[in-house]
Design a protein around this ligand. Structure first.
Ligand SMILES: NC(=O)c1ccc[n+]([C@@H]2O[C@H](COP(=O)([O-])OP(=O)(O)OC[C@H]3O[C@@H](n4cnc5c(N)ncnc54)[C@H](OP(=O)(O)O)[C@@H]3O)[C@@H](O)[C@H]2O)c1
Length: 315
């Protein structure tokens, strides 16, 4: 048996319950990982709340949590890329994630070697949010040197990675956050800060090659009007009329607005690890919780005030 945080129904953070669950049984093409740390993402409480019930159904008890850092403890007979004892990180694509638990079964295509420079807490903080930023900036926006990028929600889980990636691609970055987070976003590389509590984020005079709205707080049409010729608007919160950009897609229309969807992949995790290794990318930890305090971790995320990532220490 193992300890896990489960939900038996959709609802508030109060429906999260830590209990004993059977150990996951792995298929021949899966690996079993002992979870050291599990990242918390807004999608976790959106699922918990029932906002995504059409997609996740009623397969209760449900174990949430899509990000994990841990150690491989068993491999299926068809698995060749990982061995017992490997330190790994992953963005689970099974069910609702299943990572808020002492052990999780994973598909190897969503797993990669954990960067040794990171602790498990730091590594568990990264996959979903950093992959989201990578796919959006590299594949959809194709950010290049000299581009002007506006990142809204720059101090949040995705935003802190988007700033660093945009800078590494050579962009001039304007970060949008509240004044209390201005110093952090500058440390991460922002060239300019707009405090959205005091100033207009999208004045008519400003033009950007990329507007990356990680909060969904800016009007989509107003955002598109502030694009330079050839620019692109990306939102992480879908709005009516938005187009979907999926991994592997090569064509995109300049001046359009996109909701970037993606699937986790080992090569993209490896790219993130390379960036960690050479100092171009680092996580920012907002707070750590124990598995028993999972409800408080969700409440912190739901406050929409997290600065960087919230992580649950499991082991
Ligand atoms: N499409 C996808 O695949 C995908 C992937 C990942 C996330 N998402 C979604 O993207 C959203 C953001 O995720 P996240 O993990 O970055 O969230 P998060 O970590 O909870 O974001 C918190 C941050 O948002 C900032 N913020 C709140 N209101 C703001 C506003 N009006 N203007 C600017 N900043 C504001 C806060 O800064 P202040 O305290 O300074 O306001 C805080 O630092 C969520 O809705 C999530 O579900 C989608």
């Amino acid at each position: 048996m193992m300890r896990a945080a489960v939900i038996d129904t959709y609802g508030s953070a109060a429906v999260l319950r830590v209990c004993d669950r059977p150990l996951p049984v792995i298929a021949a093409n899966q690996i079993l990982v002992e979870v050291h740390a599990a990242g918390v993402n807004p999608i976790d409480w959106k699922i918990r709340d029932g906002m995504m019930s059409a997609r996740f159904g009623d397969a209760f008890p449900m174990i949430l949590g899509m990000d994990v850092s841990g150690v491989v403890v068993a491999t299926g007979t068809a698995v060749t890329r990982f061995s017992k004892g490997d330190e790994v990180w992953a963005r689970s694509d099974i069910g609702a994630g299943n990572c808020y638990a002492e052990f999780v079964a994973l598909n190897p295509g969503t797993v990669a070697r954990k960067p040794p420079e990171l602790s498990h807490v730091e590594a568990g903080a990264m996959p979903l949010a950093a992959l989201t930023a990578l796919i959006g900036l590299r594949d959809c926006a194709r950010v290049k040197a000299g581009d002007r990028a506006l990142i809204v929600g720059a101090s949040g889980g995705v935003g802190v990675f988007a700033i660093q990636l945009a800078k590494s691609f050579g962009a001039h970055v304007t970060a949008v956050c509240s004044g209390r987070n201005a110093q952090l976003v500058c440390e991460l590389g922002a060239d300019r800060v707009i405090d959205y509590t005091r100033a207009d984020v999208l004045p008519d005079s400003d033009r950007y090659d990329l507007i990356y709205d990680a909060v969904g707080s800016q009007d989509a049409e107003a955002s598109r009007r502030c694009l330079a010729p050839g620019g692109v608007y990306i939102t992480l919160v879908p709005v009516p009329g938005i187009q979907f950009f999926v991994p592997g897609q090569t064509e995109r229309v300049a001046g359009s607005g996109y909701f970037v969807a993606w699937t986790p992949s080992s090569p993209d995790l490896d790219e993130l690890a390379a960036r960690v290794r050479d100092g171009r990318l680092r996580p920012v930890i907002d707070s750590e919780y124990s598995l028993d305090d999972i409800a408080a971790a969700h409440q912190r995320s739901e406050s929409l005030r997290a600065v960087g990532k919230i992580v649950v220490r499991v082991r």
